[in-house]
Design a protein around this ligand. Structure first.
Ligand SMILES: Cc1cc2nc3c(=O)[nH]c(=O)nc-3n(C[C@H](O)[C@H](O)[C@H](O)COP(=O)(O)OP(=O)(O)OC[C@H]3O[C@@H](n4cnc5c(N)ncnc54)[C@H](O)[C@@H]3O)c2cc1C
Length: 271
């Protein structure tokens, strides 16, 4: 994989850039020591790695905006990062870039059970969204297998999905609104707290855009009541073809399982 060549101009201005960013975010949330930035040199695609110029760990939308404004003025590329579980190198830095991680931004901002939605900061992990509402009998449906670690920010950028998506759709079907900071530090609000907000479908554009349009800092997500009477069922099949035919039969019969997952015999042995 060919990565863009780093800008020597930016590399030469490293200390000035970092001083400006420390002034905006506080020194402890701007990492430039290679010992500390090493953890950000790659995502789960570990075949490719590169130490970034610095790592920025803002704690609010306004801090993200300030960091983006400075990076824009200094012509420093920014790679947004959630939890770094992407398997596609989406959060892979270049040596002249700032990795902007949203992991410090993980609060629940509002839960609205009547309208079935939750507003969270984008660094919140996927599973902890469900944790926040399950006592009231609700859950957040998109469930990538990495849900213990991956962040809503990364889920939005990759339009993530999981076993529940057959019935409930992927992230784009469960995302109602978001706050995003664009490259120049502007803060934009997109969507709302209900499905299909008016105007252009900017939400559909941002969801799945792999961090190329800005840094998502907050999101309003659809939460659903836990399905009543759902029971796990494990079925063994003689071959993948028979298993596939069974899935087709279930769906043809008008039954849409809450979740469905398949493992072949080799993987069962490995696990
Ligand atoms: C064991 C394992 C199992 C997995 N299972 C699944 C699965 O079942 N389904 C599935 O869909 N994926 C799966 N994945 C892939 C990965 O977990 C998902 O793509 C997840 O959504 C990435 O989230 P993250 O927070 O780790 O994002 P990161 O890896 O940090 O970033 C992913 C992308 O999002 C961008 N991004 C991050 N934060 C922001 C932000 N604040 N604003 C804008 N862009 C941002 C990054 O620049 C990058 O392009 C799996 C990965 C692993 C390691």
């Amino acid at each position: 994989m060919d990565m863009p060549a780093p800008s020597t101009d930016v590399l030469n201005r490293k200390s000035r850039v970092i001083d400006r960013l420390k002034g905006a975010l506080s020194a402890e949330h701007v990492k430039s020591d290679p010992v500390e930035t090493r953890a950000y040199e790659c995502d789960a695609l570990t075949a490719y790695a590169c130490q970034p110029l610095c790592v920025l760990l803002p704690g609010s939308t306004s801090e993200v905006a300030e960091a983006m404004r400075i990076c824009s003025e200094e012509r420093v590329p920014v790679v947004p990062r959630g939890s770094g579980t992407s398997l596609a190198g989406g959060a892979l830095p270049t040596s002249d870039c700032g990795v902007l991680g949203v992991s410090r931004m993980s609060r629940v901002l509002e839960v609205d059970y009547e309208n079935r939605c939750i507003r969270v900061e984008a660094g919140r992990t996927n599973l902890s969204v469900t944790d926040a509402v399950e006592a009231e009998g609700f859950f957040y449906a998109p469930d990538p297998s990495s849900q213990l670690a991956c962040a809503i920010a990364g889920n939005i950028a990759m339009n993530a999905g999981g076993a529940h998506c057959l019935k409930y759709g992927v992230t784009t079907n469960n995302l109602l609104g978001l706050t995003m900071v664009t490259m120049d530090g502007s803060v934009v609000e997109i969507g709302g707290s209900h499905l299909d907000a008016g105007g252009y479908d900017w939400l559909g554009l941002v969801c799945g855009s792999e961090g190329q349009l800005g840094v998502v800092t907050e999101a309003t997500l659809r939460i659903l009541p836990r399905p009543e009477g759902a029971r796990p069922m494990l079925i063994g099949f003689a071959s993948p073809e028979v298993a596939g035919a069974c899935v087709s039969d279930i769906i043809r019969a008008g039954v849409l399982p809450v979740a469905i997952e398949y493992m072949d015999s080799k993987f069962i042995e490995v696990v």
